[in-house]
Design a protein around this ligand. Structure first.
Ligand SMILES: *Cc1c(COP(=O)(O)O)cnc(C)c1O
Length: 375
C-alpha cells in the first residue's frame, strides 16, 4: 500500500506526537487517540506503540479490519472501530480480534446480536446521531435499540457521537445543542439499566467546551500537530501543538531559466528575470497534488523556494534564484522540504493545505502514504 517507487521521505517525530498527547492528558485522564486511516498517515502500529506507554488505554481505528489489523500488531489496549461493521466478515472480526465497534443502526445491531448468540458475549458501543446526520441512532430509535440489546448477549459499554462544527467558533450554539442532545440519550440509556462511558469530544470540542469532555475524549488532528482553530479568533488555543510529520524530496538538477523562458508542461510559467530553478523529485504520483502548480512553496536550506509551472507526475520545479544570490547554493542531492523543515520558515501543515486547496487532515493522509521513517 505504501508508495515505494519514489525518492520521497516522510519523517514522523514521535516525540512531538507524545507532546501533543500529553497536552490533552492535562485536560482529561481518559484520552482516546484517533488512529483511523493509518493514524492520519502517521502509521497505525507506530503511533499506538508510542502512546501506550503514555497512558492511552483505548485507540479509535476506522473500519473494523483496521482495528483488527492493529490488534494483530500486538496492541493489547482496547480498540474501538469508529466505523462499525459493514458486512459479515467485519462482524466475525469483532469476536476474533476483540474489537469494540460503534453500532449505529438497528439492522446492524440485530445482525451483531444474532452473531453474539453463537459467539458472544460481546461488548459494543452505541453511536448516536446528534446532528452530524451521517451515522447513528436518532433519539426516537433508542428504545428500539434498547429492546434488541435487552434480549441479547450484547453488552453496551460506550456511547459516542460526533460534533459537526466544533472548530467553527460561531457555531457555539450548535455544538452546545449536540452536547445536550447526546447527554439526554446517554441518560436514557443509563435509566434503562445501561450506564456507559460517554464521549462526544473531538480535538476542537475538547479544547473549547468543558461540558463535552464527559467520560473520555477523542483526540485526532491535534495529536498530529494540526491546529483546528487556525485562522480563527481561537487560534491561540492550538498554538502549542507540534507537527509530527516532515516530508522531503531530493534535488535532481539545478539550472538557469533565462528571462522569457517557460518551464514544465503547458509552459504555464515564464521567467520575468534571469533566474535559477531546481528540479525536485516529487510529483502528483507521490500524492503531492497537481493543484500546487504555480502555487506552493518548498523549503531548501531554510529558505522558501516557490513552485514554478505545473507539478508533473514525479517532478516539480522550484525557483532558487534567491538562494544562489545569498550564498545558499542548491545542488543535486540536497533535500527540499515539502512539509516542515528547520528554522522559522518551516512549512506548516496549514500553509501546505491552503496552497493545495484542502485541509491538513488530507495533506497528512495523502503524504503519509509514502515511505516513512521514525525518530
Ligand atoms: C476522525 C474522528 C475524530 C477525530 O477528529 P479530530 O477533528 O481529528 O480531532 C473523532 N471522532 C470521530 C467519530 C471521528 O471520525
Amino acid at each position: 500500500m505504501t508508495i515505494d517507487y519514489n525518492k520521497l521521505s516522510v519523517r514522523i517525530h514521535l516525540d512531538n506526537l507524545r507532546h501533543n498527547f500529553r497536552l490533552y492528558k492535562k485536560l482529561h485522564d481518559n484520552v482516546i487517540p484517533v488512529i483511523k486511516s493509518d493514524a492520519y498517515g502517521h502509521g497505525l502500529a507506530e503511533v499506538c506503540r508510542a502512546l501506550e506507554p503514555e497512558g492511552a488505554t483505548t485507540f479509535a481505528a476506522g473500519f473494523v479490519p483496521e482495528a483488527a489489523k492493529l490488534r494483530e500488531t500486538g496492541c493489547t489496549a482496547r480498540i474501538l472501530a469508529l466505523l462499525g461493521p459493514v458486512d459479515d466478515g467485519d462482524i466475525e472480526l469483532l469476536f476474533k480480534h476483540d474489537v469494540l465497534a460503534a453500532i449505529s443502526h438497528l439492522d446492524q445491531l440485530k445482525r451483531v446480536a444474532a452473531a453474539a448468540e453463537q459467539n458472544g458475549p460481546l461488548d459494543i458501543g452505541l453511536k448516536f446521531d446528534t446532528g452530524m446526520r451521517r451515522l447513528g441512532f436518532r433519539p426516537d430509535e433508542l428504545d428500539a435499540a434498547i429492546d434488541v440489546i435487552r434480549g441479547s448477549r450484547l453488552n453496551p459499554v460506550m456511547a459516542t457521537s460526533h460534533l459537526a462544527s466544533a472548530d467553527v467558533p460561531e457555531h457555539r450554539a450548535n455544538v452546545e445543542g449536540q452536547i445536550a442532545a447526546f447527554q439526554a440519550m446517554v441518560d436514557r440509556l443509563a435509566d434503562a439499566g445501561y450506564p456507559v462511558e460517554a464521549n462526544i469530544a473531538n480535538s476542537a470540542g475538547a479544547l473549547v467546551f468543558e461540558r463535552c469532555r464527559m467520560d473520555s475524549l477523542r483526540q485526532g488532528i491535534t495529536l498530529y500537530g494540526g491546529n483546528p482553530f487556525d485562522g480563527t479568533e481561537l487560534e491561540s488555543l492550538g498554538r502549542e501543538f507540534l507537527p509530527a510529520m516532515e516530508v522531503t524530496a531530493p534535488v535532481m538538477q539545478v539550472h538557469d531559466l533565462k528571462k522569457g523562458e517557460s518551464i514544465s508542461y503547458g509552459w504555464t510559467y515564464t521567467a520575468e528575470h534571469d533566474s535559477t530553478v531546481a528540479i525536485i523529485g516529487v510529483g502528483y504520483a507521490d500524492n503531492y497534488s497537481r493543484k500546487l502548480s504555480n502555487a506552493g512553496e518548498m523549503l531548501i536550506h531554510g529558505k522558501r523556494a516557490p513552485i514554478r509551472g505545473r507539478i508533473c507526475m514525479q517532478m516539480t520545479a522550484v525557483d532558487v534564484t534567491g538562494h544562489m544570490s545569498e550564498g545558499l547554493a542548491v545542488a543535486p542531492g540536497d533535500r527540499a522540504f515539502l512539509l516542515g523543515g528547520p528554522g522559522p520558515d518551516a512549512i506548516t501543515p496549514k500553509e501546505l493545505a491552503g496552497w493545495w486547496g484542502t485541509i491538513d487532515y488530507e495533506v497528512f493522509c495523502l503524504l503519509g502514504m509514502n515511505r516513512r521513517v521514525y525518530t
